[in-house]
Design a protein. Structure first.
Length: 128
């Protein structure tokens, strides 16, 4: 498995981790506030997760874009997903509506990047 494929898988994993954090973590960790630990709806923690998703996403998509396919679609999907994540940060009332769109768009960006890279590599392989 090439590096770009591994980075795309890390990006998909980061997006899924974000979804699990936002959807499931509150159910298990709601009692931590008793001990002074506040991860749920913590602006700085959430911002760090968004920054992490941004860094991994751009790194993964940049590699596929520069070396293989030159398609802007994965970047557009990632950007759209990040916009939904940022919107979720500022309009937390709509978190349940915005989060699924963000996660689906970000995972789709990595899947498209992965598929476009595979298509180009397969075409190069067939030329030989």
């Amino acid at each position: 498995m090439k590096i770009s494929s591994k980075v795309d898988l890390i990006g998909i994993g980061a997006s899924i981790t974000c979804a699990v954090h936002c959807a499931v973590l509150p159910l298990f960790l709601s009692g931590l506030s008793v001990f002074g630990v506040n991860i749920i709806h913590n602006f700085w923690f959430e911002s760090g997760m968004i920054l992490f998703a941004f860094v991994v996403g751009v790194y993964a998509l940049r590699h596929g874009f520069i070396r293989h396919h030159r398609s802007p679609i994965p970047f557009l999907l990632l950007t759209s997903g990040l916009i939904f994540l940022l919107a979720k940060q500022f309009w937390q009332v709509y978190e349940v509506i915005l989060l699924p769109f963000a996660v689906v768009l970000m995972i789709s960006a990595h899947i498209f990047n992965f598929r476009y890279t595979r298509i180009v590599l397969q075409k190069e392989k067939n030329k030989k």
